[in-house]
Design a protein around this ligand. Structure first.
Ligand code: PLP
Length: 369
């Protein structure tokens, strides 16, 4: 039987997720062993020593189900963020949290405002629930909160803000955000996805957590352990929201949606302050190095507050992406974001960054001949 036309109509509208290529796949396909991945905004330092030790210590407990309420992890995180534990909902990555929130809130026909370009999962959950994505593209590549406000109708249920945004690395400024939240009808839920929030150094950034603490109780903040904490493979993310919403989300989520090792690793990661600082420093020096090299090459890019950078290649970037791949460097071509002339590159270690530029310079000079 052919199922393609038998599925729910909304499922047929979903575009399959485009992930960064896994290292093993490139090794297998191209027969090269030394492959580096600068495609999925992971932490090149790996997990902290504290996390490694805690995982080894708890390995022989995986015959037991995990704590369905992630009690100890929640307590530790609540203390870290200075919020009540009942305002936190964990998920199998923040992707899972996003799905749970959509399943909790969205009805068919609801409108969801999604800035462009941005992370694909906001569109995914909107379509999955049979709701209607309302895409808003500003003049530049940054979120245009003014235009998003104008897109609000009586059917608007939810608005997404990705701060810093993937794939641009840009942030929404403090004043802009407060103005937006103040002007928006209070019954509309505002998701502020801060997957890259810990990397921000710009003092003009206002966290969604502060918005919540200032009384904007319609704000839901997403965060993740996949990026700065180096735990992408274990899948751990969370939302912080008003307790009346988290209580409903807890009804919807799968009971064991955070595995036992992820809970252990999360607690250890919160205690790994040195690793956290090293990760931040690595990104800061990565930014400066990329700016310096790209400026010297005369290549345009966006100033970034995240652990990656969006580079304008000046022409379709597919050949550049392929050349880098053939040389064992996986970056992200941004065609699926509607940006065919760009690549998105995650900052690596100093050595990886240098290797990237050795190859990138070759391909860019070959392109300009
Ligand atoms: C903006 C944004 N939000 C969420 C995620 C997903 O994070 P997680 O690994 O916690 O599911 C990503 C991953 O790339 C992202 O870029």
């Amino acid at each position: 039987m052919d199922f393609t036309k038998k599925t729910r109509e909304c499922v047929q509208q979903i575009h399959p997720y485009v992930p960064g290529k896994p290292i093993e796949e490139v090794q297998r396909e191209l027969g090269i062993t030394s492959v580096i991945k600068m495609a999925s905004n992971e932490n090149p330092l790996g997990p902290s020593t504290e996390v490694r030790q805690a995982l080894v210590h708890h390995l022989d407990k995986i015959n037991y189900y995990p704590d369905a309420n992630a009690f100890y992890l929640k307590e530790a995180l609540a203390k870290e963020l200075d919020v009540p534990a009942e305002m936190i909902v964990f998920g199998n990555g923040s992707d899972d949290v996003n799905k749970v929130l959509g399943e909790t809130l969205l009805n068919p026909e609801d409108e969801v405002i999604i800035p462009q370009p941005t992370f694909s999962q906001y569109e995914y959950i909107t379509l999955l629930m049979g709701a209607k994505p309302v895409f808003v593209r500003g003049e530049g590549l940054e979120h245009d909160l003014g235009a998003m406000l104008k897109a609000v109708t009586s059917k608007t249920k939810m608005v997404f803000i990705c701060n810093p945004n993937n794939p641009t690395g840009t942030i929404v400024r403090k004043d802009e955000l407060v103005r937006f939240l103040t002007a928006l009808p209070k019954g509309i839920t505002v998701v502020i996805d801060e997957a890259y929030g810990e990397f921000v150094t710009d003092p003009d950034f206002l966290s969604g957590l502060d918005c919540l603490k200032q009384g904007f109780t319609n704000v839901v903040v997403y965060r993740t352990f996949s990026k700065i904490y180096g735990l992408a493979g274990l899948r751990l993310g969370y939302a912080v929201a008003d307790p009346t919403l988290t209580e409903q989300m807890n009804r919807v989520r799968e009971p064991f949606n955070v595995n036992l090792l992820a809970q252990i690793a999360g607690i250890a990661a919160l205690n790994s302050k040195m690793h956290l600082n090293l990760s931040k420093e690595l990104v800061k020096s990565g930014r400066s190095y990329f700016y310096e090299q790209l400026d010297a090459m005369g290549v345009k890019y966006l100033q970034t507050q995240a652990n990656f950078i969006l580079i304008h290649c000046g022409k379709d970037s597919r050949d550049i992406y392929e050349f880098l791949l053939q040389n064992g460097i996986i970056v992200r071509a941004t065609h699926s974001f509607g940006l065919p002339e760009y690549i998105r590159v995650t900052f690596g270690t100093a050595e990886q960054n240098e290797r990237f530029f050795r190859v990138f310079k070759q391909t860019m000079s070959a392109e300009s001949l």
